[in-house]
Ligand binder design. Sequence first.
Ligand code: UDP
Ligand code: MG
Length: 313
Amino acid sequence: MFISVIVPVYNEEENLPELFRRLKESMNAIGRPWEVVFTNDGSKDSSGKILKGFYDENPETVRVIDFNGNFGQHMAIIAAFERVRGDVIVTIDADLQNPPEEISKLIQKIDEGYDCVGGVRKQREDSFCRRYASKIVNFARDKMTDIRMVDQGCMLRAYTRRIVEAIIASNERSTFIPALAYHFAANPTDVEVEHSARLAGESKYSYYKLIRLNFDLITGFTLMPLQMFTLFGFFCSFMSLLLVFYLLFKRVVLGEGIFYYAPYAVIFFMLGILMVGVGLLGEYVGRIYQIVQARPKYVIRESYGFEESKGGK
Ligand code: UDP
Ligand code: MG
């Protein structure tokens, strides 16, 4: 069983040497053939050079994809997915928050017959705000989509080849890989893993980037927000219709004046119709959005260790 480890890298020069040393150690300890594919996601520091160095020293085990810009962690992983050789594919962060020593736990689960193994961070070493924000997002994802994950933010995960191929075939532009994997998994499971503070550097995710990522997660897996809008529109129209009947009753049966209330009924009714309209429009746009993904997902500047010609895909 060949194991491919994928590491997305964005400005991680201080962490790379230590990561690679520990990765080599723990992969050799597992004792199966393996490779590592680093994707340099447009780093502005010397990460690219360091990775090239890894490749020059270990052309058998190391391969490097060098993006021509910053396309995001998930695209970095997708690019590697499209090129890995492994029967089992492991993703891990470059900042050593996920200890490489824990990979063996994931592999063990794959051996037991699971096809998608998620790491669950036992004791999460992130800021209070990050942890709290994650809780909210986890809750929303759990309620709104059919994706059941214990720890969606943990990127220490293992997949079988079949799952990875399904993810590639999805050909999505903005995606959330763990959720997509769960979507395709027949037999997913979770396993507890250690979590440490970043070895060096800062998180590459600003709050804005996190929010965007989570919008990808929600819109990628459910149309419920749009449907809620439509339903609310129907609700408004229905309520104002009741108001119209009530006012008619007052006017016709009781003979009271309704001069002040009548416009409200009409306005709310129109508002309701409008909302339904916008909601329906959104439904269509949402569906189109799910289909239109024609732009290249990423552009490669250079790659080392691959047979393909250099350049984009
Ligand atoms: N990363 C990336 N592209 C980006 C942002 C991050 O390839 O645009 C990589 C980063 O180098 C790291 C992993 O994705 O290996 C996770 O990033 P980070 O540790 O900053 O996220 P956090 O742990 O704060 O969620
Ligand atoms: Mg991190």
